[in-house]
Design a protein. Structure first.
Length: 303
C-alpha cells in the first residue's frame, strides 16, 4: 500500500529545534547527551564546537551558558544553517506566495471561516491579507504565535534576536568569518514547496483544529531543551515519525548535505557551529556522522 503523506502539523512544531529557571541547571547524567559538543581528532590541529539551538530563544540565552559563550567568543569563524539577507527579503518571501490560488480555493467555506477566525485571533490580521500565502507558511506563523503565548515567561527571559541570527550577527560585528549550510531561499523552498498546496491546506485545517495538542507538544519540547536533553527531543521526534511516516527530508537528508561541507570547514579549526538541536542526535545525526568520518565528538559542559 502507498504510504500516506505524513501530516506536517507535529513536524512544524518540532522544526523549532529549524531555549534562569530550574531547568537551566539540570546536569546531564548521560555523558553522551547534551546541546554542546567538541569536535577534534581526524587530523584537526584545533578543535571546533557544535551547539544545538532552539530557534525561538533569543541571544540572551547564551548568557546562561558561559562555556558556550566562551567558545563562541574565542572562535575564529561561525557556521549557521542559513543567514537572512535583508536585501533579498522580498525575493525570499515571494517563494511563500501562491501565484494562481488563494486559501479559499483550497478548502471548504466552513474550513476557511475557521481559519479566518484563528488568524484574526492569533496573528491579529484579517485572513484576506494572508489569502495567497502557502498554507505551510501560515502554519509556521501560527506555531510561533502559539509557542510565544504558551511559553512567554521562559522566552522573555531569553529575548532578543533568535539564537541562530544572534551568532551570525555578533560574529560579523567581531570580524569573524560567517559560513552557512543553506541559503534562505533553499530553506524557504524546503518548507513551503515539499508538498502540494492542496495537501498543505488540509494539514493547516487539521493544525488549527488540534491547536491545543500543538501547544502541549511545544511545552514538552521547550522543557526538554531547557534540560539540554537532546536524546529526549529525538525520542519525541521519533514518536511522531513512527506515527506519521518518513520525515528524512527534514533532518537526515539535510544532515548528509551538511556533512559534504563540514570536513573542509573543520580543517580551518576553531569554529563555532550552531544548528537546530534535532540535527545532533540519532544514527543519522551530525554527532554520529562526524564520528563515522573519524572525528572525536565529545559532549561538553555548558557552565
Amino acid at each position: 500500500m502507498k504510504k500516506q503523506i505524513p501530516p506536517l502539523r507535529h513536524l512544524i512544531v518540532l522544526l523549532l529545534l529549524s531555549l534562569t529557571l530550574p531547568q537551566y541547571v539540570h546536569a546531564q547524567k548521560d555523558t553522551d547527551n547534551g546541546i554542546f559538543w567538541e569536535i577534534s581528532g581526524n587530523g584537526l590541529k584545533r578543535p571546533s564546537y557544535l551547539f544545538g539551538t532552539y530557534h525561538l530563544l533569543g541571544g540572551a540565552y547564551v548568557k546562561k551558558l558561559p562555556k558556550v559563550e566562551a567558545a563562541f567568543e574565542a572562535a575564529d569563524g561561525v557556521v549557521v544553517e542559513s543567514e537572512m539577507d535583508s536585501s533579498k527579503l522580498m525575493q525570499i518571501m515571494s517563494i511563500a506566495i501562491m501565484k494562481d490560488k488563494k486559501l479559499s480555493d483550497l478548502m471548504s467555506k466552513d474550513e476557511y471561516d475557521l481559519l479566518a477566525s484563528e488568524i484574526q485571533r492569533s496573528i491579529g490580521t484579517p485572513v484576506e491579507l494572508m489569502a495567497q500565502f502557502k498554507p505551510t507558511f501560515i502554519m509556521v506563523t501560527l506555531t510561533v504565535m502559539y509557542a510565544r503565548a504558551g511559553s512567554l515567561s521562559q522566552l522573555e527571559e531569553a529575548n532578543g534576536t533568535s539564537l541562530d541570527a544572534y551568532f551570525a550577527a555578533e560574529a560579523r560585528k567581531k570580524k569573524k568569518s560567517v559560513s552557512t549550510f543553506e541559503s534562505m531561499d533553499e530553506q524557504m523552498r524546503l518548507l513551503v514547496d515539499h508538498y502540494p498546496v492542496e495537501e498543505q491546506a488540509r494539514q493547516l485545517v487539521e493544525f488549527v483544529k488540534s491547536k491545543d495538542e500543538m501547544a502541549a507538544v511545544q511545552e514538552e519540547l521547550l522543557t526538554l531543551y531547557l534540560r539540554h536533553d537532546v536524546k529526549g527531543l529525538y525520542e519525541l521526534y521519533q514518536k511522531y515519525e513512527k506515527e506519521f511516516g518518513d520525515t528524512s527530508w527534514l533532518l537526515d537528508d539535510r544532515n548528509e548535505n551538511w556533512m559534504k561541507q563540514l570536513p573542509a570547514m573543520l580543517e580551518k579549526g576553531n569554529l563555532f557551529i550552531a544548528v537546530g538541536a534535532l540535527h545532533l542526535p540519532g544514527k543519522k545525526g551530525l554527532v554520529e556522522l562526524l564520528r563515522q568520518q573519524g572525528y572525536k565528538v565529545k559532549v561538553q559542559p555548558v557552565k
